[in-house]
Ligand binder design. Sequence first.
Ligand SMILES: NC(=O)c1ccc[n+]([C@@H]2O[C@H](COP(=O)([O-])OP(=O)(O)OC[C@H]3O[C@@H](n4cnc5c(N)ncnc54)[C@H](O)[C@@H]3O)[C@@H](O)[C@H]2O)c1
Ligand SMILES: O=C(O)C(=O)C[C@]1(C(=O)O)C=C[C@@H](O)C=C1
Length: 306
Amino acid sequence: MARTVIYERVALIGLGLIAGSMGLRMKRDGLAGEVVGTARSAKTRDMAVGLGLCDRVTDTAAEAVQDADLVVLCVPVGAMEDVAREIGPHLKPGATVSDVGSVKRAVAEAIGPHLPDGVDFIPAHPLAGTEHSGPESGFPELFDNRWCLLTPVTDSPDAVERLTRFWRAMGSNVETMDADHHDLVLAVTSHAPHLIAYTMVGVADDLRRVTDSEVIKYSAAGFRDFTRIAASDPVMWRDVFLNNKDATLEILGRFTEELFSLQRAIRKGDGEMLHEYFTRTRAIRRGVIEAGQDTDKPDFGRGTKP
Ligand SMILES: NC(=O)c1ccc[n+]([C@@H]2O[C@H](COP(=O)([O-])OP(=O)(O)OC[C@H]3O[C@@H](n4cnc5c(N)ncnc54)[C@H](O)[C@@H]3O)[C@@H](O)[C@H]2O)c1
Ligand SMILES: O=C(O)C(=O)C[C@]1(C(=O)O)C=C[C@@H](O)C=C1
């Protein structure tokens, strides 16, 4: 494969699943001249070098961003502001600053004020992940055939075009959108579903005593999927809900209304309503598959390394 360096030096701040996958992809395909990483613990930094996801590590974020052309903040949403405050004074003029946070409005507001004039700020969100954390969970194919959504703050089309090229080279399809729109869409497609999975697994756990642990032992496929999602990182998801409050509450309100109407149909024995509802939702699933968004295909390795 032809190797095209897109950024001469890339700095990854926070070396977890997403940074790990980005680093491995950049190293595999030669997308960066040099990948520099930093993490709070020496153990994680050593592991990152051992895994070959970056060329070198630094003890601090301030050191990592020295002379970097692209800086990507890969920490939980609630930690973005502290990192931005630390790196702001050390950024190279002309650098692009981005992130991979699951929420976009709050992250733009947390990072933006700490960036000096002359850097291009382009928040980003790769719609790809697993329930695992840490650099050892990363794999270079994670972003293949997934979306990466950009919510640019900069008005430099060149900077946006370059970051678009970068994410395409990571295997993703790229779309640009407004941060509020992103947060509403993701509240429907990712944030509310995660909360529902957490709740369902919590309910099963509450019932554990009554059912003598059989809910766990005889987990059917649907519940197993819930347990996978509910095993996701608690810090990451705490921060997502605290930072996408309005959109998530709006969607949960609608969800509750729908749930009540289905509950009523079950109580009244209204089979026609239930059949009609499930026919409509089945068509939506088929639409998702036709649009190429079916992540259950074996080669996507969703939830596990391939
Ligand atoms: N996991 C997913 O499915 C997924 C998908 C897309 C985007 N994201 C987003 O990507 C970001 C990183 O997620 P991840 O799954 O790679 O997480 P992770 O837990 O695997 O890695 C997070 C890294 O950030 C570091 N970190 C945590 N708190 C910090 C702090 N206060 N200061 C500095 N560093 C800190 C951790 O030590 C770790 O190195 C999050 O913002 C998350 O919302 C996650
Ligand atoms: O596959 C998973 O485990 C995920 O939940 C990944 C997932 C999602 O699809 O909701 C989770 C959060 C992100 O911000 C993006 C992707």
